[in-house]
Design a protein around this ligand. Sequence first.
Ligand code: ADP
Length: 608
Amino acid sequence: MVCMRACGHASLVGSLKSKKYAAKNTRYSIRSFVSYLSNYKLRMFIVAALFVAANVFLAIIPIFIGKLVGALATTPPQTSNAIIYVWALIVCSSGHDILWRSAEIAYMKLLNPLLYSYENILFSEVISKPYPYFVDKFTGKLASYVSTISQEMRGLAETFFYNYISQAVNLLAIIFILSSINWQTSIIFISGIILMAIAGKFTIGNSIKYERIAADVVSTKNGKIIDIIGNFISVKAFHKEFQELQSIRLEQTKTIKAANQSFAWSIFFWGSMSFFVRHLIWPITIAFNVHMFLNGQISIGQLTTLLATILLFSSTIWDIIWQFSQLNLKLARVEEAHTYLFGAVKLKHSSEVARRVAGPIIEQSLTLNNLSFNYPDKADTTVLKDISIVIQKGEKIGVVGKSGSGKSTLAKLLLGYYPVANGSIELDGQTIDTQSLSQLVSYVPQDTSLFHRSVSENIAYATSRDVEHSDIVHAATQANADEFIVNIADGYDALVGERGVKLSAGQRQRISIARAFLDDKPILILDEATSALDSESEVLVQEALELLWEDKTVIAIAHRLSTLRHMDRIIVIDNGHISEQGSHNELLKNKGLYAKLWLHQSGGFIEE
Ligand code: ADP
């Protein structure tokens, strides 16, 4: 049994190269989970009390076995006492069974729903993180860690009620029964258990380090698999199946190598535990008590109770050791996941994801005052420098510049993805933060990735209002999308494939414009909205855009300068700052960067 259990450590992994695994483990994951459960103390108490009661009935059985043997061993046998002890044994056995079933039913009704809900809590914590959080993370790893933590926590709770409680009750009962026979035996047991705890703590500590590495390696591998499958279009297009398989094999090799190191510690752990039980506690206790019996210091009944208790101890102690090792390994796994998702903090479970409410409105103008910006991970590189623009309500602004000059970064700020640290944004003369500003912005990106949901759901995604089907059709018609939607099988109910793969780029873009029609915010940001399209799609998309932006304030980033010729004003960004601005004709007359870009355009694109 020992070997089978030890051999079950399939995911013990890791080489101890990285220092972060050796860092002091402060158990933020378990503390967060306990803080969640602490809201449900009464339920926990009821279930725990039922399990304790069920286990007490089982743990006291050796006492009655000893008494029964004692009553039968006298001459003549004490028949009436023996009958009472038989009844006591029956009551203990049946009582245990009834209480155990009741505890299980209470667990199912009172705790199981809470435990499953923990995944929602974690998902809510993750999804409410700001934009930069996701930029820095491996999305596949995020998904796999959310389910790792919730699964492991469910497992831990189950183990606590089903195993730890019975082990604690058994251990207390064993010590109590043994002390009632003679104090020397209880001293042998207590000393043995203390020595086991010391040796166990040392050996398991090493397994924990490896298990954290394991969690990291395994989840990185899972994240890669999700990433590869998610990008199956590129894999197929470039025939990279073999290379991707090789990269996963490499990850697998790391896992196996580390597993063997950890396995060695596992064997050492079980070996030391087995040594204490089989070579010390068992032989010393049995030899000592048989000696006492032969000297007439304990009765045959007491010796029987003792032997029955040792049997109970054997099954209990292996369970305790197994659970102890598993607990530590599981905690190491969840701690690694927790640190990746949330950092070294205890969750307060307060992140309610609020439904967006209608934002402010624009009466006159939007002003950017001396905006400068660095990405959080590139503190020494200023991407936007002293950007100052006044945009009048209804004005159509084009933003151009070479690739990497900072155009999309400006859009990201206006969309509220990052807070503004340097400079300010004013709406009608009042300073406004980017989060609030984002509530009056509709966005059409270069390539819209859609959810694997129906066309209608994808369009309706833009708004938190309750919309009728006719609203969705109207928005799609304005976006020149209705004509292709009605021609696909299932029409508005058709599923679009993961990230919208079943639709062409032009079709996805028109869905995105339909979203913006439905969203109907006063400011519209277009980020290269037509640059990925063929000319036929571009005409349809451009037509739809012009209808969309009629009564809106527009900021349109474009690579293809011809699409911006008729904008009220064009802002030229060069290396993060505004180098010039004016209408298309004014900028051409200026003979500055814009005129140069215009001249250098071949086929409508800026030459890099
Ligand atoms: P453009 O839209 O003009 O092509 P961007 O605004 O996308 O340029 O990028 C401006 C600069 O900011 C580039 O040097 C780019 O590498 C950098 N950058 C863009 N996004 C990030 C990010 N999330 N983190 C760090 N740097 C970024």
